[in-house]
Ligand binder design. Structure first.
Ligand code: SIN
Length: 329
């Protein structure tokens, strides 16, 4: 009799465990970002959500929060570390508080084009930087492109002297501050969500950003001049916390990583396309005049900003700087 009761008890526990796992709540991955949905990052985030929904239905749900609606760029990394969000893709310029090494990406005129950036990011130095914040509990999963940065302003900016004494919004990076100080301009670190209003009200004179952001944030509607400088890059690092990433079940994490890689390829494709298309839309709008620099004018910018490399050489690592320079060949 005792034996029958024991078998029954085991059977009941087994049924209960099966039912519990069948009804287990899915893992929720909250992915927050600050840009619009029709941008390289917005497209990547939504693609990642859709791929996960397809391949891990009922097991994992990705919730995407665009346009700073959950957290702005001033708070998102803190929110990640508190576990209030699980995935972010901040611009590489926004990690200064957690590592000096990623500031390599802010050095002006360091990378000649996106292909050079790709070579550096996929090479040993770029890959090693993914784990540069591990001691802070942040893990870099993959890079994501946006594009080269241009300078928009209220007045025509052709040579460095035109930028002198003007206020430019920058991301939270001391390298970007030094870059504008090198041409006697006044850099102001401000959150992305505030930039349009600051430009519209003329509280600042200009800003630097990719064609995609200048278009999707409508800066071109309130900035009559855009100088095509290609002086720096706007790229992202998709990050999570080591704690959250390592807590993902062993059969699920590889699938999520695969979805992430595929979505990044889609985001990068969108970045290359939007860089051309969004620039053209701005030209077609006739709201903003695009200034193309002559070789000599561009040379003045390179010359004026070059000392910034030396200033940050120790912070970013001499070997990283050498590898970045070599990626241009
Ligand atoms: C972003 O593209 O995520 C924001 C860039 C910026 O803050 O200018």
């Amino acid at each position: 009799m005792l034996k029958v009761k024991t078998i029954l008890a085991f059977a009941l526990v087994a049924v209960f465990l099966c039912a519990a796992s069948a009804f287990a709540a899915p893992i929720v991955i909250k992915y927050s970002h600050v840009v619009a949905e029709d941008t390289p990052k917005g497209i990547q985030a939504n693609k990642f959500r859709d791929l996960v929904a397809e391949r891990l239905a009922g097991k994992v749900v990705v919730e995407v929060y665009p346009n700073s609606q959950l957290f702005g760029d001033g708070k998102e990394l803190e929110a990640l570390l508190l576990g209030d969000v699980h995935l972010l893709a901040p611009a590489l310029s926004k990690f200064q508080k957690y590592t000096p090494l990623l500031q390599i990406y802010d050095l002006p005129f360091l990378f000649k084009d996106m292909a050079a950036i790709d070579r550096f990011q996929q090479g040993p130095n770029g890959r090693a930087l993914l784990t540069s914040m591990k001691d802070k509990g942040i893990i870099g999963l993959e890079y994501l492109h946006n594009g080269m940065k241009q300078i928009s302003a209220n007045d025509p900016i052709r040579v460095p002297a035109d930028a002198a004494n003007k206020k430019f919004r920058i991301m939270t990076s001391d390298v970007l501050a030094a870059q504008f100080e090198a041409v006697d301009a006044m850099p102001l670190k401000k959150p992305f969500a505030e930039v349009f209003t600051l430009l519209q009200t003329k509280a600042i004179d200009g800003q630097e950003n990719s064609w995609s952001n200048i278009y999707s944030q409508k800066y071109y509607e309130v900035q009559p001049y855009i100088t095509e400088t290609n002086h720096g890059i706007l790229d992202y690092l998709v990050v999570s916390t080591t704690e959250f990433w390592e807590s993902l079940p062993a059969d699920i994490r590889p699938v999520i990583e695969e979805c992430l890689k595929e979505s990044i390829a889609v985001g990068n494709e969108a970045a290359a396309k939007k860089d051309l298309e969004d620039k053209q839309k701005i030209i077609d709008s006739k709201r903003s005049e695009i200034i193309t620099l002559t070789e000599a004018e561009r040379g003045q910018w390179v010359e004026a900003m070059k000392p910034v490399w030396k200033k940050f050489e120790d912070a970013v690592g001499k070997e990283n700087l050498e590898a970045a320079i070599a990626s241009n060949k």
